[in-house]
Design a protein around this ligand. Structure first.
Ligand code: C2E
Ligand code: MG
Ligand code: MG
Ligand code: MG
Length: 284
């Protein structure tokens, strides 16, 4: 940490300058600049991660996760470039690119046994943007994906705004025939009032409840309670972050059927997933 004398409004002030903060600001700036080009050139793609029906072993759906590798900066984590896109006002553009790429890659899976769905993550500003549902319908039609095969994942904190506005935004999307999942459920502060099946269709239990599930009794109770509540409300439950067979077995005992996580497959390029959801090249 270096100390600088800074002049502000005519008076000398001592400013603490943290080099870590400086480096992060430079990186953020680089990423924002590079992102603009990548969006223009369509250089952001998706990986698919399966959501598995643990009763049948079939792939119930694929979640599309945005991926970007920059020529000089290397692979950039989605949380980082999504933040950059949000702060530079380009999240709408990013979402459209991801939606289009995800739909295009999903088409070969449309006639797969069990009719898997496609889940795409969207941001809070997307769901409030007036033109979003129109664009969404255009993309689905252009790529040939029926709306009822699409699930939009929204995080709980997106539901924090004014109840009326949130209800309207979700209703507009639901009216197009797509389904809504609450992502990272249990980590936000959204009102339970959103958990009606008029509003959402799927609850995704956050992986923080899974990490220590084998030893943490209260995590087990929470998962059991969420499963029971979801059943009463006629909502589906997906549990994310399942990394081991032991976690999967316990989650199944607790009533979780749809499971997602490294135990079933990491996010991989869409073409590596065969239409039955198995890895195209298991030996590779
Ligand atoms: P998310 O939607 O909750 O996605 C799950 C994240 O957990 C992904 O990280 C995935 O790679 C990771 N994951 C999956 N299974 C496991 C597991 O078993 N163990 C562990 N430790 N992690 C697992 P990723 O791809 O880095 O994405 C992070 C977050 O970035 C996503 O969390 C989502 O909130 C956001 N994101 C990703 N793609 C997009 C996008 O296209 N649009 C928007 N708005 N957000 C996106
Ligand atoms: Mg998600
Ligand atoms: Mg999630
Ligand atoms: Mg998550």
């Amino acid at each position: 940490t270096a100390m600088y004398e800074a002049k502000r409004s005519g008076r000398a002030q001592v400013v603490l300058f943290d080099n870590g903060i400086h480096e992060r600001a430079v990186r953020q700036f680089q990423i924002e600049a590079a992102l603009q080009l990548a969006l223009e050139r369509g250089e952001i793609g998706v990986h698919f991660q399966p959501i598995v029906d643990s009763d049948s072993g079939r792939t119930a759906g694929f979640e599309a996760l945005a991926r970007w590798t920059h020529a000089d900066l290397g692979p950039i984590p989605p949380v980082e470039f999504i933040r950059a896109a949000t702060e530079s006002g380009r999240i709408g553009q990013l979402t459209q690119l991801v939606l289009r790429a995800a739909c295009r890659a999903f088409v070969p899976h449309l006639c797969a046994h069990g009719q898997p769905y496609l889940a795409v993550n969207v941001s809070v500003s997307d769901i409030y943007a007036d033109e979003f549902s129109t664009r969404l319908v255009e993309i689905l039609a252009a790529e040939g994906v029926p709306p009822d095969r699409l699930v939009l994942e929204v995080t709980e904190d997106m539901l924090l705004g004014d109840v009326h506005a949130v209800t309207q935004a979700l209703a507009r999307l639901r009216d197009q025939g797509v389904r809504i999942a609450i992502d990272d459920f249990g980590t936000g502060y959204a009102s339970m009032g959103y958990l009606s099946n008029y509003m959402v269709n799927i609850i995704k239990i956050d992986r923080s409840f899974v990490r220590n599930i084998l030893t943490n009794g209260s995590d087990q109770k929470i998962v059991r309670a969420v499963v029971s509540m979801a059943a009463d409300l006629e909502l589906a439950v997906v549990t994310e972050g399942v990394e081991t067979a032991e976690q999967a077995a316990l989650l199944r005992q607790l009533g979780c059927v749809l499971l997602q996580g490294y135990a079933y497959g990491r996010p991989r390029p869409p073409e590596e997933w065969a239409v039955d959801g198995r890895l195209e090249a298991l030996s590779a």
